[in-house]
Design a protein around this ligand. Structure first.
Ligand code: GLY
Length: 596
């Protein structure tokens, strides 16, 4: 082993280069079992990353890095990057593995938003792979016969909540635009793991146990997650041959196999015939699905450009609004309650605008530029002058040449989802947040993957006192999201790649992590580990069991209601510094950063 290979993290690099050289043809999906990396030394590299994470230290690298929610997915992406693949190639490989080992959060049956910084052109692009409502869906989709909104889980479980998945099309579109590695070979790791088996993680086992009732309503979900009536357990080896078959179809025929072939047929049949809550998805809906390129949303902050995803996600606009409002204030240190007053009330103001104005801009005119105009943010920022919690928070009146006469939304948005951050050896950067919405989505399983319940991100009500809600259900529309894949630029170059799961808490998780890094100078691991304090609608959520609890009393004195609770983010972050790449993975989840 040469000198470079002695460092624990470098072992990974040496192995994957060896793997890359030995690989016969990336066009062939490995026939059996080859998980791009296997054996002791790869485990060592993962163990090294896990040790650094446990010690609160960032992973360092010079050339490429991936930070993602599961070690198997990190290894798959790392293997592609080390063999000269781009961040788009690595994302395809990592996403295919995530759909197997973290099936509760994302996969082929879901949707995603992706930001791409292109090193060659210096252009930042954003792709919308959001699920779409079937053409037969209408604003009463989640209402009972009297027009009252359904209870959340009555809407979620079954076929009614399933939108046309966007993730497979997004994987292929990103690869078509920015990939270098042949498509089919990118599925080798996932196919190998699905056929030979992967070890069930503590998090997956616990989530299956907690969700056993809902999962057992669908025959395929029941057979896979609860074989012989018992939840799969931590440490158990699990195989998923149906998933391997779906991946092989995708690898061999591209996404046509998913949207028009047997997989599409199986999805439509499953949704329409769901025993509980059948839906209206059709083969026409599947065949019409398209990825949409959207203009990224960027807001200046202390010399940086904070860039994110525009509508139908609220992520980029809301994070941008928060940062834009905070810019006028000195954010001191994370130990100061007044700093959290500023962060909390800036978030509340942004959520008021989000609830009123943000929806799928193909259906509802959204005042995108008005919401982040510097004059507007300056005016909203003045509301934060303090020193107490805002007693009234309502949507503002951004500049717009259309009517702003809309009612406030009340979509529930419970945490699930996953995030992938990647920098490749060419200097490209990718930030992608990926989801099937609620944990285990609709609980319907087809072809070894779960179908989303993304349509419950729409407002269940369509109107309030006769005024329409922007985010109401409409045929072919995309539900509003909170997903906030973020790339921070400085002088046109990427400095931070970041995102998180967490439902609508994604927005404050991402904003506070940006403040932790850009204002307080915390490295990516320290920034993602920082205890959470998040406020969306007035009550201050403080992360239980952390030093943040000491801020409860001063925040209460400022007028906030305080709730001490678990706050389950999944932040994955890479910082591009003058001396190389630094990566962090959220200690609240199982992910790691790997790099070389
Ligand atoms: N379903 C999570 C989100 O889109 O925000």
């Amino acid at each position: 082993m040469n000198l470079k290979c002695k460092h624990a993290l470098a072992v990974l690099f040496c192995l994957i280069v060896t793997f890359g050289n030995a690989q016969q043809s990336a066009d062939e999906v490995a026939p059996e079992g080859s998980t791009a990396l296997g054996g002791y030394a790869a485990s060592l590299a993962v163990a090294a990353a896990q040790t650094l994470k446990a010690e609160g230290l960032p992973v360092e690298a010079q050339s490429w890095m991936i930070s993602v929610a599961n070690p198997y997915a990190a290894q798959a992406g790392a293997a592609v990057l080390a063999a000269g693949g781009t961040a788009a190639d690595a994302m395809v490989s990592a996403q295919a593995v995530l759909g197997l080992v973290e099936p509760q959060s994302s996969g082929l049956g879901g949707g995603a938003f992706l930001l791409w910084y292109d090193a060659e052109t210096g252009v930042l692009s954003s792709l919308d792979g959001r699920e779409t409502a079937p053409l037969k869906a209408n604003p009463t989709l989640f209402q009972d016969a009297s027009g009252a909104p359904l209870k959340f889980f009555d809407a979620v479980v079954g076929g009614r909540s399933v939108g046309v998945p966007g993730t497979p099309a997004l994987m292929q579109e990103a690869h078509r635009r920015w990939g270098k590695t042949p498509w089919a070979g990118l599925f080798s790791s996932a196919v190998g793991l699905a056929e030979d088996g992967f070890i069930v993680s503590p998090r997956l086992a616990e989530m299956v146990r907690a969700d056993a009732d809902f999962l057992s309503r669908d025959a395929e979900s029941r057979a896979y997650f609860l074989p012989e009536g018992q939840p799969v357990s931590q440490g158990q080896k699990l195989v998923n041959p149906a998933y391997a078959q779906s991946l092989r179809a995708l690898a061999g025929k591209g996404v046509a196999a998913f949207y028009t072939g047997d997989i599409a047929k199986a999805i439509v049949e499953k949704v329409r015939n769901a025993e509980h809550n059948p839906g209206v998805l059709s083969d026409i809906d599947m065949g019409l699905y398209q990825i949409r390129e959207r203009p990224p949303v960027c807001v200046g902050y202390r010399g940086y450009e904070i860039c994110g995803m525009g509508p139908p996600s609220s992520g980029g606009l809301s994070v941008g609004q928060i940062m834009g409002m905070l810019e006028a204030y000195n954010l001191g240190a994370p130990t100061e309650a007044d700093v959290w007053r500023l962060l909390g009330d800036a978030t509340r103001l942004s959520f008021a605008d989000r609830g009123r104005y943000i929806a799928d801009s193909d259906y509802v005119p959204v005042p995108t530029q008005g919401l982040i105009a510097s004059d507007y943010l300056r005016q909203r920022s003045k509301l934060l002058a303090g020193p107490r919690a805002l007693t009234e928070v309502s949507a503002g009146q951004p500049e717009f040449d259309h009517s702003l006469d809309l009612a406030d939304d009340e979509a529930i948005d419970l945490p699930s989802t996953s995030h992938i951050s990647i920098v490749d050896s060419y200097g490209n950067a990718l930030s992608m947040t990926t989801t099937i919405e609620n944990a285990f989505g609709s609980r319907l399983m087809v072809g070894g993957f779960l179908l989303n319940n993304e349509l419950t991100d729409f407002s269940f009500r369509s109107h309030r006192n006769g005024t329409p809600i922007a985010n109401r259900v409409e045929p072919g529309k995309r539900p509003r999201s909170s997903m906030a894949p973020t790339i921070v630029l400085k002088d046109g170059h990427p400095k931070v790649i970041l995102g998180s799961p967490g439902g609508s808490r994604i927005i404050p998780y991402v904003a506070k992590t940006l403040v932790a890094h850009l204002d307080w100078g915390l490295d990516p691991q320290a920034a993602v580990s920082l205890p959470h304090l998040v406020n969306r609608f007035g009550a201050y959520d403080i992360e239980a069991g952390t030093s943040a609890e000491t801020l409860a009393a001063p925040l209460e004195q400022m007028g906030y209601e305080v709730a001490i609770r678990g706050l389950n983010s999944g932040l994955h972050m890479i910082a591009v510094t003058d001396s190389g790449l630094l990566g962090g993975a959220d200690p609240r989840r199982e992910g790691i950063a790997l790099g070389e």
